[in-house]
Design a protein around this ligand. Structure first.
Ligand code: BYC
Length: 326
């Protein structure tokens, strides 16, 4: 075969693989780690899954900071469990991501050097106990809306991780709502604290669901691959429609004067989102970006001796096993 013929036959082969891959996606079959996949599919998944994992781990920081200041033992136990769940979510997601041929060390390195993003929402400070309520209610509420469709995503390990994550998120959302309910029905000062937390977390929660569809660079391709099952704007609208009646139950006011029920669309119309603020935060200029990164990098550096000790122990164990086998 001539060089030209070899090249043509390779191209035909990869086209056929791609055709079969697209047919599998079309049939809603799960793609598994050892299956053939286009390089772009692999890279896009590494990007989204790792960003998701990093968000879980960085997301532990604003709440972790309140564990010692929880107002009762019951609240402390629930918050502790929630923050531990988030560590678990990060670990399932890092494991799912590793099946795409990238190591945990590389993933951490991308986070620590700012090459990989994490959710904008965690660059805002948690100033009062009511913020624990608002984070659970709004941030986890938005996360559920975003993540339930991901249980049906095309990449098997990601979809399976999301099923468990979603179950736990629903407990997180409820514990947040319950904190808000208690505060909203408490003293005037407590009610004001709850309202203040809602005022600060509302708009960042809407932004968390990503830029508008016309500015979203990845949505179109990710929808074709069934990585994303709903667009950013669809998720945002669903979140608003679900959350407004919950605010009514709490007797709190959503800080949007343009929020209005649209009978024709059977949905809420809402005010303008400050996308400049969103992009500033994404680019590293949010109120807490530097602190969050410092905390993560610091934890990684302080943990070096633990990793070294674990490796030394594993090597010794292996050497002992090999010696016994001889
Ligand atoms: N923050 O084309 P687009 C949690 C970036 S943790 C920062 O729409 P895509 C929790 C985007 O990466 C939940 N960056 O992107 C944990 C892209 O830039 P690159 C976290 C954002 O991927 C602890 C560019 O903007 N959830 O629930 O199609 C405590 C253009 O965007 C953000 C997940 O990660 C953002 N918010 O859609 C409590 C869910 N939004 O990468 C709670 C999985 C966009 O090209 N991820 N960007 O440099 C997703 O569903 C999608 O990745 C997104 C964005 C909807 C977030």
């Amino acid at each position: 075969m001539s060089e030209e013929q070899i090249k043509n036959s390779r191209t035909e082969h990869s086209r056929s693989l791609e055709r079969q891959f697209n047919e599998r996606i079309e049939r809603d079959e799960k793609i598994e780690p050892k299956d053939w996949m286009p390089e772009k599919y692999r890279k896009t998944h590494i990007r989204q899954i790792s960003q998701h994992a990093h968000s879980e781990i960085v997301g532990m920081l604003p709440e972790g900071n309140w564990i010692t200041r929880a107002p009762s033992l019951r609240r402390k136990v629930a918050l502790l469990a929630k923050v531990q769940d988030e560590a678990g979510h990060g670990l399932y997601l890092y494991s799912a991501c590793e099946t795409l041929g990238i190591s945990r060390d590389e993933l951490y390195e991308q986070l620590h050097t700012g090459k990989a993003k994490y959710s904008s929402i965690f660059n805002y400070p948690a100033l009062t106990w009511a913020d624990m309520g608002a984070i659970g209610w709004l941030v986890d509420g938005a996360a559920i809306i975003n993540q339930v469709p991901l249980c049906n995503t095309s990449y098997g390990p990601y979809a399976r991780a999301m099923i468990r994550v979603c179950k736990e998120e629903s407990f997180h959302q409820r514990q947040g709502f319950e904190i808000m309910l208690k505060l909203a029905n408490g003293t005037q000062e407590q009610k004001e604290m709850a309202q203040d937390a809602l005022n600060r977390w509302w708009w960042p929660s809407l932004m968390m669901l990503g830029p508008t569809d016309d500015k979203s660079v990845h949505t179109e391709q990710s929808m074709k691959w069934k990585l994303k099952r709903k667009t950013n704007d669809e998720l945002r609208q669903q979140f608003i429609d679900q959350t407004v009646p919950q605010a009514d139950v709490l007797g709190l006011t959503i800080p949007d004067p343009d929020l209005k029920w649209n009978e024709e669309r059977k949905s809420y119309d809402f005010g303008k989102i400050d996308w400049d603020e969103f992009w500033q935060v994404v680019k590293g200029h949010g109120p807490m970006n530097k602190e969050r990164m410092k905390a993560r990098v610091g934890a990684w550096e302080r943990g070096e001796w633990v990793r070294d000790a674990a490796m030394a122990h594993a090597e010794k164990k292996q050497a002992r096993k090999e010696k016994q086998a001889v």
